[in-house]
Design a protein around this ligand. Structure first.
Ligand SMILES: [Zn+2]
Length: 261
């Protein structure tokens, strides 16, 4: 992309694990490449309590980086009243609670425990007036039921790396949630992500990388990084029949409105 094009772009990566060890010392360069590609804001979700301090540190240190601490469903065994209190203390300066949810593919973490950790953190987010970043795979009925019961519409949230059907996407939007599209939409064999992008109205769409995972084409095989969000933006713009600049403008406005960034 040439410099004049990147000047007009304003992209928000609503989900990137900048605290991941795979970035390490190269974070400054990673952010530099992202800014050159038009990415102006980065939301870093939590995974485990011992990472929340580092996320907050990265957010304080780098302009445009925002923290969203939370306990990932794959680590729900760490959930308890002490973890919840620690999370509450970590919310100072945070823009969301994440990533939280239910994912039965983590077979060693009992689903009931995942649901308990999800609900507890969701309640904390609602009490704190913060939106949530939701991780859900193959558990949409239960996840949506809990979101509905806890009245998530009071704070809103993002369905991160959405992997459900177009119908499920519409159910999420009815709950006041945004649907986040990741790099899978660029894959040659993608079917569902394309249907979802076509079905979701522009005002409910946001973009993410989930870096360093889920690398989009044509960079597959490399660790993912926020600069690559442009590939996802191009594909989504093509599917929506709008320019990349227009798609960037709308999706960034959606993310900024929800997260107040
Ligand atoms: Zn993630």
């Amino acid at each position: 992309m040439d410099a004049s094009a990147s000047e007009t772009l304003e992209l928000v990566d609503t989900h990137c694990h900048l605290d991941d060890g795979r970035f390490g010392r190269s974070l400054e360069e990673v952010l530099g490449r992202a800014r050159a590609a038009g990415v102006t804001r980065f939301v870093v979700p939590g995974v485990v309590p011992e990472g929340w301090g580092e996320i907050a540190r990265i957010a304080r240190k780098h302009a445009g980086v925002f923290a969203a601490p939370g306990l990932h469903p794959m680590r729900a065994k760490l959930y308890g009243s002490e973890t919840l209190r620690e999370l509450e203390r970590s919310l100072d300066g945070a823009v969301a609670v994440g990533e939280i949810g239910i994912d039965p593919s983590y077979k060693d973490v009992p689903r009931e425990l995942q649901a308990e950790a999800f609900r507890g953190q969701l309640r904390l987010a609602v009490a704190a007036g913060l939106p949530v970043l939701i991780h859900c795979r193959r558990a949409f009925d239960e996840t949506l039921r809990i979101l509905r019961e806890e009245r998530v519409e009071r704070v809103g949230g993002i369905m991160h790396a959405f992997s459900g059907s177009a119908e499920t996407a519409r159910a999420c939007i009815d709950l006041g949630l945004l649907v986040s599209v990741a790099g899978t939409v660029t894959y040659g064999n993608a079917v569902r992500p394309l249907e979802v992008v076509r079905a979701v109205p522009p005002d409910a769409l946001v973009l993410e990388t989930d870096a360093p995972d889920m690398t989009p084409e044509p960079h597959r095989g490399l660790p993912n990084e926020p600069a690559f969000i442009i590939e996802t933006a191009r594909r989504v713009a093509e599917l929506k029949g709008v320019t990349v600049a227009e798609l960037a403008r709308v999706t960034s406005a959606n993310a900024r409105r929800l997260l107040r960034i």
